[in-house]
Ligand binder design. Structure first.
Ligand SMILES: [Zn+2]
Ligand SMILES: [Zn+2]
Length: 265
């Protein structure tokens, strides 16, 4: 018997990029308008800005937007929405970084703006003194996370996401298995798979979507999350959406042409 297809090609719309950043977050480049033009050039039907929101993170650099940044973000986003109305749908969203000690602050910001899409991530782990970036490629982060023990970090990461799904009302879960993505030879243990199962059940109950993040193709030849997790999600009826996680305009819609095969093969 041939393997069951993961999902039909139409299960994810490859004409919609639901996750792009801009220079506003301090670690991406390009103006919002350059991203919109790149999306039009790629014949996308919609582009969703999903800018970084974090609260109470102790980290040497700011890799997220300030409140002031969000004000200009909405102003410019509205302008672009009108200007390119005939060509593409422009959506203004946010990628919320979970922080167990800043739930109130995150909820307040979530309630303050008319987001078109809210994505949940978990980037920063508190080590008792400061935060470590769990998705960073920087040596300081990788060394400090290795010292904590990868298995423990992964458990805390999924536990955080489970709490994040329960405590914050977000539409989509972003790059689900990107934890310690730059750590060589990372393996999830059986207990992690149990956490993933619980996380997906909770997402399903809360009617959340799962992002298929194509930035993974560049780094590991498969999206975030991997096939096994996508299959688990599809099997319990969680809808999928595509996101490039572009941090440069030319990355808009990156590797979306590989998604139909990934989902169907
Ligand atoms: Zn980013
Ligand atoms: Zn992220």
């Amino acid at each position: 018997m041939s393997p069951q297809p993961l999902a039909t090609e139409s299960a994810v719309n490859v004409r919609q990029d639901h996750h792009v950043h801009t220079r506003l977050c301090n670690h991406a480049s390009g103006e919002m308008e350059e991203y919109v033009l790149a999306a039009i050039d790629r014949e996308l039907r919609s582009i969703t800005f999903l800018e970084h929101l974090e609260a109470d993170i102790l980290y040497p650099e700011r890799t997220w937007l300030t409140e002031q940044d969000f004000t200009s973000y909405f102003r410019e986003g509205e302008r672009l929405r009108k200007k390119y109305r005939e060509h593409i749908r422009v959506q203004l969203g946010v990628e919320v970084g979970y922080n167990p000690s800043a739930i109130d602050s995150l909820q307040t910001t979530l309630a303050r703006y008319p987001w078109d899409l809210t994505g949940l991530s978990y980037h920063f782990l508190f080590d008792g003194e400061k935060h470590l970036n769990m998705v960073s490629r920087r040596k300081e982060n990788i060394d400090a996370l290795s010292a904590l023990g990868p298995d423990r970090v992964i458990s805390r990461y999924f536990d955080g996401l489970i709490h994040g799904v329960a405590e914050l009302d977000c539409h989509v879960l972003c790059h689900l298995d990107a934890v310690m993505r730059h750590y060589p030879g990372l393996v999830f243990q059986a207990s992690h798979w149990e956490q993933i199962d619980r996380l997906l059940q909770l997402m399903r109950d809360k009617k959340m979507l799962l992002e298929v993040n194509t930035s993974g193709f560049t780094l590991r030849n498969t999206p975030y999350p991997c096939r096994r997790i996508v299959r688990m999600a599809v099997d319990i009826g969680i809808p999928l959406i595509a996101g490039s996680d572009a941090h440069r305009p030319e990355q808009v819609g990156r590797d979306f042409d590989r998604l139909p095969e990934f989902l169907a093969s």
